[in-house]
Design a protein around this ligand. Structure first.
Ligand code: ATP
Length: 489
């Protein structure tokens, strides 16, 4: 979130000029808290960066239980020295983040672990500052833009962004400031949305809209926001605003950071946005954006709320799941599928913990045994292991904790390559055979493996078998080698 004129991209919303006060700390804002500084049970290790209102530091847990998250990010929102109006904005930002963090939890959203108010009578700039303690990401999507991504990698990233958005919208919230800076990448490469300072709860008779402070980031604001009246409650926002921001983000992802709207400054690009929305200029998408994503981006960038509203995060996820495979998804000559254009990026990540589209559960697992398997006695059995600690030790089959089985172990492990049947931590599966060299998978604990197990599916699931990455089980049964799999759909 920002409405600062001096921000990296000169971002600021229209009609609400707010200037950051002179920094009274006497130091670089990003070093607001020195290494070793103690914030409740955490200690600052280094600085990460600064946004419009906040500075973010890396921290580690120095007092707590062994199963608590050790690496955290500490987002500091100082209020001292601000004019009353600015202080109110910071407090409102913090209030939204905390309220949202308290009520929402999803694997695609950065988790808020705690909030702390600093008491530093001898340091007026820090005294009363609010610190949000969050899970720590490795970097943001912004860091990937210059180098560009392959289509397969882009597909995975957009899928995961949509999963986060779909959850938000389903739960009745609008993010309000979606952009590559607020799309964080964890150590395993998975996506989590962050920065909920402008998050808005949908109200209205049918829960269709909410009201937010007149802030945001110029380059990601939908055309209607430029003309939105500012009422007592703020400006009206709807989920379609996030879909617009998603369209800009997808374009930037495939076009090495380029906006679809021409202009040297955010204001100029804003003017171009309005020309397009008024029908005075066509939408010109960069040729680097692959055909499937061009069509999707154009729908996200439908010029009016009404036209955009039919493209929800859920419907986009379903479209992506149906995406026909392209050349970059096909096995590479080296026999290591899909890795050619990933460069330093890893081959494939376990990204299928959540699959919002058409998931059905493993219907015959009772007491942890897959009794509905197809043929007679299987050569082996394995238990599913979920690296996400929060998903272990629960028995409620929460969809957020479900794991996917691949259709083809040689293709990227993405939503278009999984069967509808889901499995959960502890499920026992019948195994036919072991594959040594499929698509390489990296789990949340950074375990790499190209090994897979072919597991049997229940009789009524439409196909006899599917594939579980070996990183998803701790068992190593003595089963025969699988024959080389033939490409499947
Ligand atoms: N949980 C986190 N883990 C790791 N880095 C983070 C985390 N949250 C934020 N950051 C990084 O810290 C920096 C500042 O983040 P912040 O949310 O304050 O600002 P921003 O989103 O860049 O700007 P603004 O909120 O003003 O639009 C960014 O580089 C961001 O990627």
């Amino acid at each position: 979130m920002t409405d600062m004129p001096a921000h990296r991209d000169g971002r600021r919303t229209g009609g609400d000029t707010v200037h950051r006060p002179a920094d009274t700390s006497g130091s670089d804002r990003t070093e607001l808290l020195p290494p070793g500084y103690r914030v409740s049970r955490w200690e600052v290790t280094e600085s990460i960066g600064a946004g419009g209102w906040a500075t973010v530091h890396a921290g580690r847990l120095v007092e707590g239980d062994a199963d608590e998250q050790e690496a955290v990010a500490l987002k500091v929102l100082p209020t001292a020295g601000l004019a009353p109006r600015q202080a109110r904005k910071v407090a409102e930002t913090a209030r939204r983040e905390v309220e949202f963090g308290r009520r929402s939890s999803h694997p695609r959203l950065i988790r808020l672990l705690d909030t702390v108010v600093l008491s530093e009578p001898d340091h007026p700039f820090l005294d009363g500052a609010i610190v949000l303690v969050m899970e720590r990401a490795e970097r943001s999507l912004r860091d990937l833009l210059d180098a560009g991504v392959s289509e397969a990698e882009g597909a995975r990233l957009v899928t995961e962004i949509c999963e986060g958005l779909a959850h938000l919208h389903r739960s009745g919230w609008v993010h309000g400031d979606l952009k590559p800076d607020n799309i964080l990448l964890m150590a395993d490469g998975s996506v989590k949305l962050s920065d909920f300072g402008l998050v808005t709860e949908l109200t209205g008779t049918h829960g269709t809209h909410g009201y937010a402070p007149p802030m945001g980031t110029f380059d990601y604001l939908p055309p209607e926001r430029w003309k939105a009246p500012l009422g007592e409650q703020g400006v009206e926002v709807r989920p379609s605003a996030d879909i617009w921001a998603l369209g800009i983000t997808i374009h930037e992802l495939f076009a090495s950071g380029a906006s679809p709207f021409p202009g040297a400054t955010p204001m100029a690009r804003g003017a171009a946005t309005q020309e397009y929305a008024d029908g005075r200029a066509p939408l010109r998408l960069d040729g680097a954006v692959p055909p499937f994503w061009r069509a999707l981006t154009a729908d996200c960038l439908a010029p009016t709320h009404a036209a955009r509203a039919e493209h929800t995060a859920e419907s986009l996820l379903a479209r992506i799941a149906e995406r026909p495979p392209t050349e970059t998804d096909a096995p590479a000559p080296s026999g290591r599928p899909g890795v050619r254009r990933l460069g330093r990026r890893r081959a494939a990540f376990v990204t299928l913990a959540v699959c919002a589209v058409g998931a059905t559960i493993w219907p015959h697992v009772e007491g942890g045994t897959a009794s509905g398997a197809t043929a007679a006695e299987p050569p082996g059995r394995i238990r599913v292991f979920n690296a996400d600690q929060g998903c272990r030790g629960r028995t409620d089959k929460d969809p957020q904790c479900s794991l996917g089985l691949a259709i083809d172990p040689m293709r990227p492990y993405t939503v278009d390559n999984v069967v509808p049947t889901r499995v959960w931590h502890g499920d026992e599966l019948a195994v036919d055979c072991w594959l040594a060299a499929g698509m390489q998978i990296i789990d949340e604990a950074d375990t790499h493996s190209a090994e897979w197990y072919r597991v049997r599916l229940p009789r009524d699931s439409g196909r006899p078998t599917a594939w579980l990455p070996a990183v998803r089980t701790k068992d190593r049964p003595a089963v025969p080698d699988c024959p080389a799999p033939t490409p499947a759909r």
